[in-house]
Design a protein around this ligand. Structure first.
Ligand code: MEV
Length: 431
């Protein structure tokens, strides 16, 4: 199987969808069971993961389809409790596919570790001393993780920042730039920073305070872009170029207004977080990095950019820090996260970050396309109506019929679903 373009997937039974996923990634029975949640994390594994464990907590795992990223068809596992997100990503991926899919790229996986130095009488002299000792500092940092070194990663550079005016007085911050390869890198960077502390105190004559990585991972960026032909955006009475213009206007609102940008970026993170959760990433680190990056100019703004080309086609672009890993942490220890990574068929952390950037852009497109046209509630209503129909006892094709009738009527309530189900059954009984 090579195409992620599947129509009507949501109409299949859950078992059919799971079987399709198993074929897509050539999964063993145990891996398939891990996806279904039957052989996922055991209580024993959970107990070794965090403290004071008393149980487990599950969330839905869905697949976003239709993605093409760097000319490769990609099936995207997403873990999320919010309806419409998986459908939105799949729909937007179909739109982008009409323009050749997403192109994505990333910078080398360099994280920043921070070492705080206090009690300095001359900040500039301390800075010069540290920069002069760059090679010694890098060599010491590189002693801490021979495995990452062997894999081609390790300490890359040092940077010194002065904070002359903080509530606790002047301080200096040494940044250690560290290539984490396929690890998220928090452990490696924190270990290196702690190991460096005595040397930094020695060189500067100051007192070392904090030694910890920064989540503003602005040297570990992922970017994605897409072109959606205007013709692909047309629907009902909406002309494609007008939809594209509406999307650009929606983006302009977020570009100019932090109140709107927060919601706009939340929509982007709906997609990115869902992949992060599915693949066992530290999604709080990703969230922190994304929002700090969105505020890097001093004013919080949109993480994405949308414009139209001279033909009216829509062009989207996104860039954000994505500190993700394929080794260590839950990406390895959580059985379902391992299978989710297998479904994605990514070989490196950079590839995973590129997929996540494309998913974030798709999620953003789905949200602002709906907001700029029919509004967000219509799509939500259609999905919500299906859930209400199921709760009312609808089965098989009754679900879609009852849901469609409720949406057409504009009333989505359990009592209406029950009444419609009764009348549908009696109509059928009578034929
Ligand atoms: C809801 O989870 C996300 C949206 O609010 C995003 C947006 O407004 O762009 C729909």
């Amino acid at each position: 199987m090579t195409s992620s373009r599947v129509s009507g997937f949501y109409n299949w039974t859950l078992e059919e969808r799971l079987a399709w996923a198993a074929r897509w990634a050539d999964l063993t029975d145990a891996e398939t069971a891990a996806l279904a949640g039957m052989l996922g994390l055991t209580l024993g594994q959970a107990d070794r993961m965090i403290e004071n464990v008393i149980g487990q907590y599950t969330l839905p795992l869905g697949l976003a389809l239709n993605f093409q990223i760097n000319a490769r068809d990609v099936v995207v596992p997403m873990v999320i409790e919010e309806p419409s997100v998986v459908a939105g990503a799949s729909f937007a991926a179909k739109l982008a596919r009409a323009g050749g899919g997403f192109r994505a790229e990333s910078t080398p996986p360099e994280m920043i570790g921070q070492i705080q130095v206090l009690d300095l009488t001359d900040l500039d002299a301390a800075r010069s001393a540290l920069l002069a000792a760059r090679e010694r500092i890098l060599a010491r940092a590189d002693e801490t993780d021979p495995v990452i070194r062997r894999l081609g990663g390790g300490a890359r550079d040092v940077d010194v920042r002065l904070l002359p005016d903080t509530p606790a007085g002047p301080m200096l911050v040494l940044h250690l730039i560290y290539d984490c390869r396929d690890a998220m890198g928090a452990n490696a960077v924190n270990t290196a920073c702690e190991a460096l502390a005595p040397l930094i105190a020695d060189i500067t004559g100051g007192r070392v305070g904090l030694r910890i990585l920064s989540n503003l991972a602005d040297r570990r960026l992922a970017r994605a872009e897409c072109l959606v032909p205007a013709s692909a955006l047309a629907f009902d009475d909406f002309a494609g170029v007008d939809v594209a213009r509406g999307i650009v206007e929606a983006w302009a609102f977020a570009a100019a207004d932090p109140y709107r940008a927060a919601t706009h970026n939340k929509g982007i993170m709906n997609g990115i977080d869902a992949v992060a959760l599915a693949t066992g990433q530290d999604w709080r680190a990703i969230e922190a990095g994304a929002h700090a990056y969105a505020a890097r100019s001093g004013r919080y703004t949109s993480l994405s950019t949308w414009s139209q080309d001279p033909q009216g086609n829509l062009i989207g672009w996104i860039e954000l820090p994505l500190a993700v890993g394929l080794v260590g942490g839950a990406s390895r220890s959580h059985p379902t996260a391992r299978v989710a990574l297998k479904l994605l068929r990514v070989q490196t952390a950079r590839e995973l970050a590129e997929v996540m950037a494309a998913v974030g852009l798709a999620q953003n497109l789905a949200a602002i396309r709906a907001l700029a046209t029919e509004g967000i509630q219509k799509g939500h209503m259609a999905l919500h109506a299906r859930q209400v129909a199921v709760a009312a006892g609808a089965e098989a094709d009754e679900v879609a019929r009852v849901a469609q009738r409720m949406v057409a009527e504009g009333v989505v309530r359990p009592d209406r679903a029950e009444a419609m189900l009764t009348s549908l059954r009696s109509e059928r009984g009578g034929t």
